[in-house]
Design a protein around this ligand. Structure first.
Ligand SMILES: Cc1cc2nc3c(=O)[nH]c(=O)nc-3n(C[C@H](O)[C@H](O)[C@H](O)COP(=O)(O)OP(=O)(O)OC[C@H]3O[C@@H](n4cnc5c(N)ncnc54)[C@H](O)[C@@H]3O)c2cc1C
Length: 283
């Protein structure tokens, strides 16, 4: 490590990024500094976003919500707008790492790390989130599903940062579900996770479904075929079981030290069945 710069404003940030084009930008450092200390990333100058207040908070504009990228995960858990409108994201953050990690780590860092096991990613895909990328010369926006290319790979360009994440509020009565399976309850890297947002008619027919799985492919997997299978039908265990079989064919997990590909595939399908349990009020 050479030097760590701590800009307090966006103007200072752009000046420092211009002066040190090879520096790494980071926020909480819970991914980057760990990799640097273990030698996975060579030491370099660092620019820390932590003191830029303009990158923190949640803004609600009518039906749209803007989550600023430098917001620590623990702060998002305390934001009433997240608890009220985006419980699918709140549930994912609540089981990410530990309180210490959530105090340091940010949502922007989780997205830019682009790990298939990143816990906020499946909810953000299910919410159809867009990422806002800012540079000294302007801002561009693109769907998160286009931004993330693969493990650790994004479309972030030199001179750009992730400034915010934009989502539309789901229908107030939508079912929002997130579940992660790990090898233990706390501080567990996910073996498979699923985020689901479903809207039912008064008669229990699925009107809309958005489903996304983490840790079962190089990026988050959204299975439109499974969602289509549910839409227009009553939400039943039978229908979910058939959709689960579709999902198990769509995912492409790997075997690693934590779990086999077959186990992950089975869990990906089973996670879908849990929606029915949630609907009936079981934990
Ligand atoms: C013990 C431990 C447990 C963990 N458990 C989990 C877990 O259960 N689930 C999980 O998903 N993750 C987990 N993590 C990973 C990590 O904590 C999260 O990914 C966290 O959200 C990263 O945020 P950060 O701000 O610390 O990222 P940083 O380390 O600051 O940055 C990560 C990467 O993103 C880039 N970056 C950060 N912010 C921006 C930005 N605004 N614009 C452009 N680039 C940016 C950095 O250059 C770097 O490449 C764990 C980490 C540790 C050490």
């Amino acid at each position: 490590m050479k030097q760590v710069l701590l800009p307090r404003s966006m103007n200072d940030l752009w000046t420092m990024m211009r002066d040190l084009p090879d520096a790494a930008v980071y926020a909480g450092g819970t991914d980057l500094l760990v990799k640097m200390r273990s030698g996975l990333i060579p030491p370099k100058d660092l620019i820390c976003l932590e003191r830029i207040q303009a990158l923190k908070g949640v803004v609600v504009h009518g039906d749209r919500m803007v989550i600023l990228a430098g917001t620590p995960l623990s702060r998002l858990l305390r934001e009433p707008a997240i608890a009220r409108h985006l419980p699918v994201l709140a549930k994912a953050i609540a089981c990410l790492g530990s309180p210490l990690i959530r105090n340091m780590g940010t949502i922007g860092g989780n997205v830019c790390t682009a790990s298939p096991a990143g816990d906020t990613l499946a909810p953000l895909y299910a919410l159809d989130a867009r990422v806002e990328l800012a540079s000294e010369t302007g801002v561009r926006s693109l769907p998160i599903s286009r931004f993330i290319l693969g493990p650790g790979q994004t479309l972030l360009e030199t001179g750009e940062i992730l400034s915010a994440i934009h989502v539309e509020k789901p229908h107030p009565e939508a079912i929002q579900h997130f579940e992660k399976v790990g090898r233990r309850n706390a501080l567990a890297c996910s073996l498979a996770s699923m985020a689901a947002i479903l809207r039912l008619s008064d008669g229990g027919i699925v009107m809309a479904a958005s489903l996304a799985w983490g840790s079962v492919g190089p990026t988050v997997i959204t299975c439109l075929e499974a969602a289509d299978w549910l839409i227009g039908q009553p939400l039943s265990m039978d229908r979910l079981t058939q959709a689960a079989a579709i999902v198990q064919k769509a995912v492409c997990p790997i075997t690693d030290i934590r779990a086999t590909a077959d186990y992950r595939r089975a869990v990906a399908g089973n996670l879908l069945l849990r929606i029915c349990e949630q609907k009936m009020g079981n934990p």
